[in-house]
Design a protein. Structure first.
Length: 150
């Protein structure tokens, strides 16, 4: 059986940042790595779930909304995947920073936090989401090169 692309990345060398995971035609998969893998510090599911609701809503309402295909958490709980059509890395980085700042500035209910909108609507916490986004925004303030470490 062929190994999937993400299993070919040496996770011992990964640091928090943003990486191009793969390109399939006009679709780019970004690895938004918020935590160092395998160091024992993982996002709890409430945090991951809330970031998913907030980031996805802001992304799908952004100037790049027509190019957003998917945003969601990694199963390992060390980051998220963002799939974009016709991606420009610098624009995606700028959009990601803007969305994180928008989440930090947001005051109100979590988007999609009702029984009709979400299958686990009680498992949402805006404060935890903001803490994760603040931590990740600080990481993204440094230079990013979008390539995985060798």
């Amino acid at each position: 059986m062929q190994r999937i692309t993400s299993f070919n990345i040496d996770h011992d060398k990964l640091e928090p940042g943003i990486y191009v995971s793969r390109v399939d035609g006009d679709v780019t998969t970004y690895d938004l790595r918020t935590r160092k893998p395998n160091n024992g510090e993982y996002m709890d599911t409430t945090t991951a779930h809330t970031v998913e609701h907030m980031f996805a809503t802001f992304a799908r309402n952004s100037e790049m909304k027509d190019d957003v295909i998917y945003f969601g958490p990694m199963g390992c709980r060390t980051g998220f995947y963002l799939l974009m059509r016709n991606a420009d890395n610098e624009k995606v980085l700028a959009l990601t920073k803007k969305i994180l700042a928008d989440i930090l500035a947001y005051e109100g209910p979590v988007f999609g936090a009702s029984q009709k909108e979400c299958g686990n609507y009680r498992d949402l916490d805006l404060a935890k989401c903001k803490a994760e986004c603040e931590m990740y925004l600080k990481v993204l303030q440094s230079e990013q090169n979008f390539t995985y470490p060798e």
